[in-house]
Design a protein around this ligand. Structure first.
Ligand SMILES: Nc1ncnc2c1ncn2[C@@H]1O[C@H](COP(=O)(O)OP(=O)(O)OP(=O)(O)O)[C@@H](O)[C@H]1O
Length: 652
């Protein structure tokens, strides 16, 4: 049993009547906790004087300040504004030191010199916990079911070797202490080398970033820049324009920053200079960074469009187009911008470039749309149908809105190690909840689309470093973020789209590690209940009885779950009805023994919570009620906060 499981199993308040449980018929509502004087359950009924909230013992609780800028606390102490890991010195995204870059000279790659200092910055010390690859047990991935469909699928590779990979990339991969490729990498390397397009659907935390960076960099190291780039550089005069060879687009600033940090590692000593651009940051600085070199461009779509319009970036030399979180990039919020970039900005057509799409979820309607951008592609499916990892122990608790805060405090008070990410649906709620936690001596930061870039980076950095071990986030943090040591994801508000749930819980249990995901469920979440039950069953998680009851009710009323072409998460839609998952090796990947589930289930939250419920919806809890739980997150409303906060109307 994990420490967290152990701790949670001790939860008990109100003499065994859980805060998260609904009252028995005829019983009165459980008494609300007195706000402002929270006492963790394990310290209730003890003489006064012993409480300390989160981090007690270390003295952090009482003196904590500074991450919630609305609460003041000053701006000192967090000067690392990189947004990425590892403390690189160039926060705005140029390549860190051109002296160690290689060159492409007369059709040959001439790598730059090694440099110990740069290597330490990029790859860290072997035991540095900030670098997640340390100590990962990737053997868990060996049994994972993988299926590649399409014409003439190349054989997978088993190791990082040259050939087929470029020797410099192999060296860099070694420096990063990656010993063997993850399943998605095993396939993507030969697929891209064979000049094929790829749509890859692989579980969260399974190494998709390397899945696109390795083959694109390896092929670029071997083949050099596009001809047009060399010509342009020779004819370079006053107004410098960048001609990147590789373009990676992703939906959020945090994610592009993270991809950029990874790109710096693997492009080390090569002719490929990575660069990052995103909205909300000074465009002048970004333009100067572009001038220093921009062969691999990582961008959010809005800022990229802007820089193309300003004549600063040309896409004419693009050989590799990568859409990370491709289903998000092609849904209603981003699709027009992506179409503009890909089809109206001078980028080589689909036949003359390679296009790679990656995500943990690919709904059927999005796959159909994606066809416009791909040619004769291979569909790669890594992981079980349903896309959540068995490394993540999922737990669903029945909690009325007015009890959520109390239960959250109980859960947090029993978590001592690791970072906890709490998802809510609205920006307002993110602020409210982090304020509330802060007032209860739980060091929490908040991140959402209405915060400035600086505030977002600070919040993330405080979370990463453990100074604020709780991060309250909207969906802006749901995708792609790779933060070591996130041991618990709490869906305080469940999203209305199950794919969002999959991405959210994927912030834990990454790269072969284990994690816990807890969801607060009540009748406001009926729209997602069927898909949720499917996800839990597919990942061999405990399905609480109250969920099956609600599914029955929803079905009897003719309600249904998603309507986006079915949860086609990891199936190639071109294969129509055939399931094609013959090689699924159930139970082989890790952690069938759901210790957290069992212990928690036996505790006060489990069995009693539903069935007795009055489903009354309840009153709001001191201003922290879930005002946006339903309807606020519609994907059809447009206006995603993709990068320019000027877009308005965004929901994350
Ligand atoms: N071959 C490898 N060996 C060791 N560690 C690896 C390897 N490939 C990736 N990793 C590490 O695994 C972690 C997860 O990788 P990554 O962020 O690429 O996952 P992902 O599949 O993109 O997840 P998500 O769906 O959440 O975006 C990262 O910390 C990365 O450094």
């Amino acid at each position: 049993m994990s420490d967290l499981s152990n701790d949670l199993s001790k939860l008990s308040i109100n003499n065994g009547a859980p805060a998260g449980s609904a009252p028995a018929p005829g019983a009165s509502q459980p008494q609300q906790q007195q706000r402002g004087s929270y006492v963790p359950p394990h310290q209730r009924n003890r003489p006064a004087g012993g409480r300390g909230g989160y981090g007690n013992g270390g003295g952090r609780g009482g003196s904590y300040s500074g991450f919630m800028n609305r609460n003041g606390g000053g701006r000192g102490g967090y000067n690392n504004r990189n947004g990425g890991r590892g403390g690189h010195n160039n926060r705005n995204g140029g390549f860190q030191d051109a002296r160690f870059s290689g060159k492409w000279v007369d059709g040959k790659h001439v790598p730059g010199p090694n440099n110990e200092r740069v290597e330490l910055e990029l790859y860290g010390e072997p035991d540095d916990p900030k670098f997640q690859s340390t100590g990962i047990n990737f053997d868990n991935y060996d049994e994972i079911p993988v299926e590649a469909t399409g014409n003439d699928v190349p054989d997978a590779v088993d190791s990082f070797i040259a050939p087929p990979m470029d020797p410099l990339l192999v060296e860099n991969v070694k420096l990063a202490r990656y010993t063997k490729p993850t399943p998605v990498q095993k396939y993507s390397i030969p697929i891209i080398a064979a000049k094929r397009d790829l749509m890859a659907c692989a579980q969260t935390g399974s190494g998709k970033t390397g899945g696109f960076l390795f083959p694109c960099l390896s092929e670029s190291f071997k083949n050099g820049p596009a001809e047009i780039q060399t010509q342009q550089e020779q004819g370079y005069s006053y107004q410098r324009k960048a001609y990147p060879t590789i373009l990676v687009m992703a939906p959020t600033r945090e994610l592009v920053s993270q991809i950029f940090e990874e790109a710096k590692k693997f492009a080390y000593r090569s002719w490929v200079k990575p660069c990052v651009v995103y909205g909300g940051a000074d465009i002048g600085t970004q333009m100067r960074n572009i001038d220093r070199g921009c062969d691999l461009l990582v961008a959010t779509p809005g800022r990229l469009n802007d820089l193309i319009d300003r004549g600063k970036i040309s896409l004419e030399a693009i050989k590799y187009l990568v859409l990370d979180e491709a289903d998000r990039m092609l849904d209603m919020g981003f699709e027009p911008q992506i179409r503009n970039i890909v089809q109206n900005s001078g980028m080589p057509g689909v036949e003359s470039r390679q296009t790679l799409m990656f995500s943990a979820t690919f709904p059927k309607d999005i796959q159909m749309l994606a066809k416009d951008f791909l040619k004769d592609y291979i569909f790669l499916s890594v992981g079980r149908v349903g896309s959540t990892s068995e490394n993540i122990t999922q737990r669903v608790l029945y909690v009325e809105d007015n009890e959520k805060n109390s239960l959250l405090l109980d859960i947090l008070s029993t978590s001592e190690d690791g970072l906890t990410l709490v998802f809510v649906e609205t920006k307002r709620m993110a602020d409210h909840l982090s304020d509330f936690l802060y007032s209860q001596n739980f060091p929490a930061a908040a991140i959402h689309g209405d915060r400035s870039q600086y505030e977002r980076e600070r919040a993330l950095e405080a979370f990463r470093s453990g100074k604020a071990p709780i991060l309250v986030a909207t969906a802006v943090a749901a995708r792609g973020l790779d933060i070591p040591n996130v041991t618990h994801v709490i869906n305080y508000d469940l999203p209305s789209d199950i794919d969002d749930y999959v991405h959210r819980i994927g912030r834990t249990g990454r790269a072969g590690n284990t994690g816990v995901a807890t969801a607060f469920f009540n009748r406001g979440n009926k729209n997602v209940v069927k898909d949720l039950v499917d996800i839990l069953s597919e990942a061999k998680q405990e399905v609480p009885e109250f969920l099956t009851t609600v599914v029955r009710e929803v079905s009897s009323r003719g309600g249904s779950g998603r309507n986006r072409g079915g949860r086609g998460g990891s199936r190639d839609f071109r294969r129509g009805g055939s399931s094609g998952y013959g090689n699924s090796n159930n139970g082989s990947w890790g952690y069938g023994n759901n210790s957290y589930g069992n212990s928690y289930g036996n505790s006060s939250y489990g069995n009693s919570s539903y069935g007795n419920s009055s489903y009354s919806g309840g009153a709001s809890y001191g201003g922290y009620s879930n005002t946006g739980n339903s309807g606020s997150n519609s994907r059809t409303g447009g206006g995603y906060n993709n990068n320019n906060s000027s877009s308005g109307g965004d929901w994350w």
